[in-house]
Design a protein around this ligand. Structure first.
Ligand SMILES: NC(=O)c1ccc[n+]([C@@H]2O[C@H](COP(=O)([O-])OP(=O)(O)OC[C@H]3O[C@@H](n4cnc5c(N)ncnc54)[C@H](OP(=O)(O)O)[C@@H]3O)[C@@H](O)[C@H]2O)c1
Length: 271
């Protein structure tokens, strides 16, 4: 089958669902897509924060609706999908942004298998369940785009992030495979492999204080990814790390081990 010509996706008049829209990158993305004329559907657990974002988007002249939902509850995701499709029809763009980062060494993790379980629940199972729910309508209308907010750790494989990076890598890989099946329907996927962004998530790690991009700058990159639909958005450092892992894996292990020793666990990681 011939490959369809990829249309540049204009956000004007589109329906965009953003998970984790109550703070950080998700909130900034919600404001940015609404500012470009999309109707934004805001999803997260904290109903009061979603309402704050919704009312501010509306006050600025945009269109928004809030859908409080705990995305670790798979039945709640199914109910969300049913409600959204009934109220808005097909979602044109899905931004799988809600997530949880855990930075904790193996030495502090031997009795914490639940770190692996909760990472997978929010970073892998939740976005896959939601995407599966929304994909049929996207494929039927023969247009859709899914953005996954993952991490440069997918390329770097940074120490102390084993559960987090494994769960984000699972989503990254799942979406690359899915994209090959939805190709002819003009439904595309972008994995955003962000480096550090200054949000509530990165705040507990003392070594990150004051570093990283603003959520607004990250949101602008998400908007560009929606419009241009590349398979992934990388950082230079992430790509260098990926090449190093590929070409000189033992040297990369030695190098990352040195970084591991330079940057100990944060106070928060001790529990
Ligand atoms: N900050 C960074 O340096 C960085 C770097 C690379 C990638 N990322 C990724 O960026 C994404 C956004 O994180 P952020 O940095 O913007 O942090 P954040 O401000 O803490 O945002 C996390 C969002 O996820 C939502 N969320 C968490 N658990 C949820 C659940 N069970 N159900 C529904 N929503 C849930 C939170 O909302 P509620 O608490 O209201 O549910 C919140 O809106 C994450 O996937 C993260 O892994 C962050």
């Amino acid at each position: 089958m011939a490959a369809p010509r990829r249309r540049r996706l204009s956000l004007e008049g589109r329906t965009v669902l953003v998970t984790g829209a109550s703070s950080g990158i998700g909130e900034a993305t919600a404001r940015a897509v609404a500012g470009r004329g999309a109707t934004v559907l805001l999803v997260a657990r904290r109903a009061d924060e979603l309402e704050r974002v919704r009312s501010e988007v509306v006050a600025a002249g945009g269109h928004a609706a809030a859908y409080p939902c705990d995305l670790t509850d798979l039945d709640a995701i199914d109910a969300l999908v049913t409600q959204v499709l009934a109220e808005h029809g097909a979602v044109d763009v899905l931004v799988n942004n809600a997530g949880r980062s855990i930075r904790r060494s193996l030495a502090l993790s031997y009795d914490r298998f639940h770190d692996v379980e909760r990472s997978m629940a929010i970073n892998f199972f939740a976005p896959v369940r939601l995407t599966l729910g929304l994909l049929p309508a996207m494929r039927a209308q023969r247009l859709g785009h899914v953005v996954n907010v993952v991490t440069w750790g997918v390329q770097m494989k940074a120490p102390k992030f084993s559960a987090y990076i494994a769960s984000k890598t699972a989503l990254d890989a799942w979406s690359r495979v899915a994209a090959r099946e939805t190709w002819a329907d003009d439904v595309t996927f972008t994995n955003m492999r962000f480096s550090l962004v200054r949000t509530a998530m990165s705040a507990p790690t003392e070594a990150y204080a004051g570093r990283g991009a603003t959520p607004e700058a990250a949101a602008e990159r998400v908007v560009r990814a929606i419009e241009r639909r590349p398979p992934h958005v990388n950082t230079v450092a992430g790509t260098v790390g990926e090449l190093l892992n590929l070409l000189a894996p033992r040297f990369a292990d030695w190098l990352f081990h040195r970084f591991d020793r330079m940057f100990p666990d944060s106070k928060a990681a001790g529990g």
